[in-house]
Structure formats: structure tokens, C-alpha cells
Design a protein around this ligand. Structure first.
Ligand SMILES: O=C(O)C[C@H]1C=CC(=O)O1
Length: 96
């Protein structure tokens, strides 16, 4: 199941810089683990914002929920999820 996920990150001004760096490093490691597994299929930076647009490929709504809630930066994220399915005009079989 494919999902379009938008994540806006907002770490408050004055938040401990070392803790923020630790969380960002942990987030990067988790992202790369999920990317290697094929779960976090795509990620793009939103120009001019601390935000990304991503595509996830998971087995269920609950799996995506658990992944998102366990992200190290989750407490600082606003997340919007849109469920996707294959467009009937698509030439690509993997678009589902
Ligand atoms: O930078 C971000 O958009 C937040 C998060 C998503 C992947 C990652 O490495 O950090």
C-alpha cells in the first residue's frame, strides 16, 4: 500500500542544540534503514521549508501509523497522510 506523507518539522527555538543534533542523526539513520528496506520509497525536501514529501510502501494503515509515531523527530512533526492507489493510465506496474 502506497501513502503520500507530508512532514513539517518544527523544533522550538531554544531547544537544546545537542539533543536536536542527536535526534536528527537518529532520524537520518532510521530513514536510511527504512529506505534500504523499500518501506520509505521516496523523499523530497520542500524548497524553503524544514519539511519533506515522502512516499511510503507498507502493508497496512497500522504499520504506517506505527512507523510514523516511532520516528525520532515525531514529537516535532506535523504529518499529513494521503492514501494512494495505481492510476489506471499509469504505464508502471509498480505504481500500486
Ligand atoms: O529532514 C526531514 O525532513 C525530517 C526527517 C525525514 C528524514 C530525515 O532524515 O529527517
Amino acid at each position: 500500500m502506497l501513502f503520500h506523507v507530508e512532514m513539517d518539522v518544527d523544533i522550538p527555538l531554544g531547544f537544546d542544540a545537542e539533543e536536536a543534533a542527536r535526534l536528527k542523526a537518529a532520524e537520518k539513520a532510521r530513514f536510511q534503514e527504512l529506505q534500504r528496506a523499500g518501506t520509505w520509497r521516496h523523499i523530497w525536501r520542500v524548497v524553503g521549508q524544514y519539511a519533506n514529501v515522502s512516499i511510503f510502501d507498507v502493508g497496512s494503515n497500522a504499520e504506517l501509523h506505527d512507523i510514523l509515531m516511532s520516528l525520532p523527530l515525531y514529537p516535532f512533526m506535523t504529518i499529513r497522510v494521503t492514501a494512494l492507489c495505481r492510476h489506471p493510465s499509469s504505464l508502471h506496474d509498480d505504481d500500486r
